[in-house]
Design a binder for this molecule. Structure first.
Ligand SMILES: [Zn+2]
Length: 259
């Protein structure tokens, strides 16, 4: 599977997924149809499906224009979010298979940013598309869920194989890791990753994909078991009990909201 990031709006990524054997392609999260259709034409592939992670306009706003250009397109989206996903034709639930040519994805329900948020996981390709739930170095805001729900959703993703590539919905990595470094200044892996990400951004290059291993080593929302992180949070929020992981996670989320 070839995976092509297609920049959208100011800092979104759509991803064009191409099955090299059949020439079939899918797009994950389309905010603007034109750049996606340009990429499809340029590569001479056949766009057959949209895989929507959640209902926010910067992830599905391009669907109507895509459908006008390609009326037979399949639009996959969460059954829980169906009325809010323009053009949806296939309602998916946790564990459902999704096919793109000969490629096979599995839907993983990961609510909290939105109540019906899903990821698309391609096990044989070692790739997962996480929308606005797991970012490189961060996680999405809790618009339609709470801290415990987000922790459970992130735990599902963290359980994927370490070498799984993580493709997220926004280019937020540099700011995320700067925030992470305020909580874990002693984390060597985090310092190294931040330096690499700063270098990429100086060159205007994308910081995606990350990997599950990288996220477990650097992402503060997957590191509530780090003594350094816990101490940093409790220094800023003394009311957080030492053994309350959910309260610790919620405090990290609130500190990030104000960063
Ligand atoms: Zn969103």
């Amino acid at each position: 599977m070839e995976i092509v990031p297609v920049p959208q709006l100011s800092d979104n990524y759509a991803y064009l997924l191409i099955d090299g054997e059949t020439g079939d392609a899918a797009v994950v999260d389309c905010a603007e149809a034109a750049p996606v259709l340009d990429e499809v034409r340029r590569r001479g592939v056949r766009l057959v499906a949209v895989l929507a992670t959640h209902h926010h306009f910067d992830h599905v706003g391009g669907n109507p224009d895509l459908l006008r250009a390609l009326p037979g397109l399949r639009v996959h989206g969460s059954a829980d979010d169906a009325p809010r996903i323009p053009g949806i034709t296939h309602r998916v639930r946790d564990g459902d298979p999704v096919e793109v040519g000969r490629l096979r994805a599995r839907v993983i329900l990961i609510p909290a940013h939105t109540s019906g948020h899903v990821a698309y996981y391609f096990p044989t390709e070692r790739a997962v598309f996480t929308g606005d739930t797991l970012f490189a170095g961060g996680c999405g805001r809790l618009f339609e869920g709470d801290a415990a729900q987000m922790m459970a959703s992130l735990a599902k993703l963290a359980a994927l194989p370490d070498d799984t590539r993580v493709y997220c919905g926004h280019e937020y990595t540099e700011k995320n890791l700067r925030f992470a470094a305020t909580l874990e200044p002693g984390n060597r892996a985090l310092r190294d990753k931040l330096a690499a990400v700063e270098e990429l951004r100086r060159g205007g290059r994308p910081t995606v994909p990350s990997t599950i291993a990288d996220e477990k080593a650097t992402n503060p929302f997957l590191r509530t078991d780090s003594p350094e992180l816990a101490a940093s949070v409790r220094h800023r929020r003394p009311e957080v009990a030492a053994n309350d992981r959910v309260a610790l996670f919620a405090a990290v989320r609130q500190l990030k909201d104000r960063f």
